[in-house]
Design a protein around this ligand. Structure first.
Ligand code: DGP
Length: 113
């Protein structure tokens, strides 16, 4: 995988508002928030997009979702939040390092735009 801006955030080469970190993942505030709460949860291992994840990534993917759950609780938004993964350019992915969007603090429409 080519290095992205998220690798630089993991390596502390550029600043980010990091709110959680462990051996497997990092969570930080989105620089262009689409809701009052907008957090990105990313694996430290380089996976470009969900399509490229393998069966070996099963535990990692579960870990990311469970940490998203915990972060929502820590931020007091556990009653209503939306989890989004944009996979591929046409689906809105702009940074090709797998990431989970955690959005909360406003109403969300369905179907999503
Ligand atoms: P996506 O469109 O799903 O690939 O989402 C990428 C998100 O990453 C987008 O909401 C903006 C955010 N983003 C891009 N560059 C940076 C950055 O340098 N810092 C932070 N904190 N967020 C970034």
């Amino acid at each position: 995988m080519n290095e992205t801006i998220f690798t630089k955030i993991i390596n502390r080469e550029i600043p980010a508002d990091i709110i959680y970190e462990d051996d497997l993942c990092l969570a930080f505030k989105d620089v262009n928030p689409q809701a009052p709460t907008h957090i990105l949860i990313i694996p430290k291992s380089p996976i470009s997009k969900l399509t490229d994840a393998s069966e070996n990534d099963q535990d990692l993917l579960g870990h990311l979702l469970l940490r998203a759950r915990d972060i929502a609780k820590d931020l007091g938004v556990e009653d209503a939040y939306r989890i989004v993964i944009n996979n591929g350019e046409t689906a809105g992915q702009t940074v090709f390092h797998l990431h989970i969007h955690l959005l909360a603090g406003r109403e969300f429409n369905w179907p999503p735009g």
